[in-house]
Design a protein around this ligand. Sequence first.
Ligand code: GTP
Length: 604
Amino acid sequence: FPPEKIRNFSIIAHIDHGKSTLADRLLELTGTISKSADNKQILDKLQVERERGITVKAQTASMVYQAKDGERYLLNLIDTPGHVDFSYEVSRSLSACDGVVLIVDANQGVQAQTVANFYLAFSKNLVIIPVLNKIDLKHARPDVVTEQLHGLFEIPSESVLRISAKMGIGIDDVLEAVVSRIPHPTGNRDLVTRALIFDSWYDRYKGVALLVAVVDGHLRLSQNITIAQSGKSYETKEIGVLHPDPTPLRTLYAGQVGYLYCNMRSIKEASVGGTIHPTNATVEILAGFKKAKPMVYAGVYPMDQSEHPMLRSALEKLLLNDSSVESKVESSAALGHGWRLGFLGVLHMDVFNQRLEQEYGAQVVLTAPNVPVKAKIFGAKNIKAYGGEIVTVNNPANLPDPVMIEEMSEPFVIGTIITPDVFLGEIMSLCMDRRGVQRDSRNIDSERIMMTFKLPLNEIVVDFYDKLKSITSGYASFDYEELGYEPSNLTIMDILLNGDLIPEMTSIVHVTKAKERGKAICARLKETIPRHQFQIAIQAAVGSRIIAREDIKALRKDVAAKLYGGDRTRRDKLLKRQSEGKKRMKMIGRIEMPRETFIKVLER
Ligand code: GTP
């Protein structure tokens, strides 16, 4: 296929608007997969994706289409994940495309991710084919939704296709539009080879697979190649296209999209966004994309320390397949040896955790997540000691001494919410409660509004989305884009037991939230710490000020006497059990804290 007969495109959509169903139809209609029930949603490969119905890892497939002009075209469908946490992956998949099919559910209409996806594609100058899906539904409102697209994005109404992916209506119109509206890749086959790496995964037998878009020249088997960004060289061992199963070829030409194995052992070398060129040639580096930065951190520990080696090997395997997860060993006196992992967002964290449990049977303790904060240090001496004026902290326990901090900053986002207007009031109070500031609000049709808020990321990482769904019975949609760090009135909150600090429980909170958080943690501790011979005071403190307090009353004397009295063997047995138990205890002053207590309080 010469470049003029190739089209590289993605399907983008809000979650559940029918992306996978349409992808399957396109593959069926072009004879790439057969029409059978087993092939349902062939692109959603992972079990988590099946269960949750969301596409996590981008998958790609090539198909051959006989168009109405009588010509045969090679269509490369580059799949993109469909959730806010993965917008980075959407962005990188789009780098390999010349156009997109933007699906909108004809019943639900434009949703928050529709807006985000539209602007992603628009900012990359891609041709956008608007498609209304699910026109078979009784409540479909194609005219209203067409008007929304026009009002929001100035999309001409006559360019909007109407289909039903489920019933197979209008599918060939989509294929025709892909051929006629999306430009072919512009690469030159006579130039020195350049290929963009836009995804990677790990194969247990063959090592790292790279997904590449060949921009100029060609890639062939047994060629010596170099990744410009890392300077590392390899020899191509297998190249081919995904059809959708890997189909080896001898050569991939400019304009084509395919996979490549080159005996790469570590996914860290994969440099997604990097440029491949022939070894010994110099080329201009292709515009890649920014590496995704983890924005949500959490500690991961085995439920039982004896499971540590098993958890390590499970983690290693998963990390091989997801280079966007950051990992660092961490240990805590209370929780033992574990890791601090960095995720793109909360859903990313959930999916990772679910995979860990599902695919490896590992039972893990995941601590409550936190976002990174930046601390500005003052004083030349302090700055030198910390190796810079700005220190980014991923774990509250590692925050520099508060007396040396001039200012703290936290990450903010712009959140977009689309909702029926009846929920306006409740959404406003939710956002305000989360320290949000409204930026904009506009009607997108007679009963729906789109609002944007500036929000601290920290306030949305845990349960914002769930809350929003529950107050709107699932009718509101949400997406966000990062805005960067801004100074914020953050403070350190410590938890004390009879005056002794529990380092694991130190957290960074906004001053307006300190009291509420402090109270909640104290109450949780009161529930979980066993009673002792003496009274225990649980306190939350900001600096020297106590902001919350709970007390655990002392055990009554006679209870203890009875416990340790009685016959000899019973006493020995109890003492033995106690000493075993002690190993799992941590002492805070004179207070014994069972590991389970830490888990219950720290776990999210
Ligand atoms: P993600 O992969 O999570 O982004 O979802 P998706 O956009 O791929 O949605 P998917 O294709 O999984 O479809 C979501 C639901 O809508 C499924 O239950 C489909 O059966 C249904 N669906 C898809 N297309 C149509 C359609 O044309 N008509 C009707 N009635 N239902 C459809």
